[in-house]
Design a protein around this ligand. Structure first.
Ligand SMILES: [Zn+2]
Length: 416
């Protein structure tokens, strides 16, 4: 553990309105049992190894040779746990938020720290630690916070942000949130996204040997219709793979499920197409099916998202059982991204992509889960065709596999 003095000094360095620097990112430390320490960025951990990246070099360390690991991702997980243990009630407790903001600052989480200090001022516009940390000043008899080039009263931080140009910009280890939602919602979204990241990595990191993405994922959460760049089909959100941005129209509830649906596409893209040396790509049915697993599995209040993807979603199961002519297995495996945007029955395509992912992960007591992970590994290596699917699932008869999928869908549907 760092000494109290170190805590205090790292805290001061980050004031005010700090954004994460390269130094902060590159300062993860592994303490080896030989007494030597290594710094860089921890990009992967499992029970056996820890992988550290320093500039472009990565090095693997066996658990047995490591005494201690200090990483921002570990610190972030601890922060998320501390927030969760206090529950949503903390959002109205300025002192408790400021305390966690200090913990975040000392843990090299400057973006999270800033967001929590801002939340502290929402709860109590005169919270002294937050006022100081954020460089607020007393002007004309009231406390003011400098947002961009404008000074605003801390008691006005909760007011709606009308113009997109006045949006909030918040950062965390993995995300940047730009939003003209009210500040409280923007803060909650930042933490929700980190909770989503953790859930996704818990499912896939070890199985697929996923490294931390190198780039931050940028989310534009639009609190007004005017600033939301509309695409065809009136979608409430979309991941733009050329600009590496996710847009969400957050003007009317529910929109968090849309955010997590798109966050899944964003994450698959960053860990395949955008990952160094990757040949991988995720087939459309898996991409959409998994996105719906996470979107429909959403629980918990804003800022405290939980994901239960094992519980089947009634709507998708019923859409498939009630369809006159559901798509067969071959067609489903060959859906292209554009198929989900066509005017003909997109709901059934989403439903069947979802039930197929659910079936291979959890159907019949999860007996196909290992095969699904084999297939995902193949996809990450650039092999995701229907033929590869057949190989990884060891399918002799496509008809029999399809029959079993349909049976599980109808029996599950009947029980919902
Ligand atoms: Zn989608």
């Amino acid at each position: 553990m760092p000494s109290l003095l170190l805590f205090a000094s790292s805290f001061l360095l980050l004031l005010p309105g700090a954004i994460s620097s390269d130094k902060e990112i590159e300062s993860d430390t592994i303490l080896l049992s030989t007494g030597k320490s290594k710094t860089g960025r921890v990009v992967y951990e499992d029970d056996e190894v820890v992988i550290l990246r320093n500039r472009s070099k990565t090095k693997e360390y066996e658990r047995a040779e490591i005494d201690q690991v200090d990483s921002r991702v570990r610190n972030l997980n601890e922060l998320l746990d501390r927030l969760a243990s206090q529950g949503p009630a903390i959002m109205t407790n300025g002192d408790a938020l400021a305390e966690l903001a200090q913990f975040a600052a000392a843990s090299r989480l400057s973006g999270e720290s800033e967001a929590l200090f801002l939340a502290a001022l929402l709860a109590n516009p005169e919270q002294p630690v937050a006022l100081e940390a954020l460089g607020c000043r007393e002007r004309k008899g009231s406390w003011q916070y400098k947002k961009g080039s404008k000074w605003i009263r801390t008691s006005d931080l909760a007011l709606a942000v009308e113009n997109w140009k006045d949006r909030w910009e918040l950062r965390s280890v993995h995300y940047k949130v730009e939003s003209n939602q009210p500040l409280g919602q923007a803060v909650e979204s930042l933490f929700d996204l980190e909770r989503f990241y953790r859930a996704f990595f818990e499912i896939f990191q070890e199985e697929l040997h996923l490294f931390e993405p190198e780039e931050s994922m940028d989310f534009m959460l639009h609190g007004d219709n005017g600033s939301y760049p509309e695409t065809t089909g009136g979608r409430k959100g979309w991941f733009d793979s050329s600009d590496l941005l996710t847009h969400v129209n957050a003007t009317s509830k529910p929109w968090r499920d849309t955010m997590f649906h798109e966050a899944t596409h964003h994450m698959f893209h960053m860990t395949t197409v955008r990952a160094k040396g990757s040949k991988g790509s995720i087939p459309a049915w898996t991409d959409e099916g998994m996105a719906e697993m996470l979107a429909t599995g959403l629980g918990g209040e804003a800022g405290f998202a939980t994901f239960d993807i094992a519980t089947p979603d009634a709507k998708h199961f019923r859409t498939q059982t009630m369809a006159d002519k559901p798509h067969d297995l071959s067609r489903t495996l060959n859906f292209k991204a554009d198929d989900y945007r066509s005017s003909v029955g997109p709901a059934l395509k989403y439903a069947q992509s979802y039930t197929l992912v659910w079936f291979v992960m959890y159907g019949n007591n999860g007996e196909r889960f290992p095969a699904f992970m084999n297939f995902m590994r193949s996809a990450y290596e650039g092999k995701s065709s229907a033929t590869q699917f057949q190989k990884d699932f060891d399918i002799d008869s496509k008809d029999k596999f399809e029959e079993e999928w349909f049976e599980v869908v109808s029996s599950t549907s009947a029980s919902l």
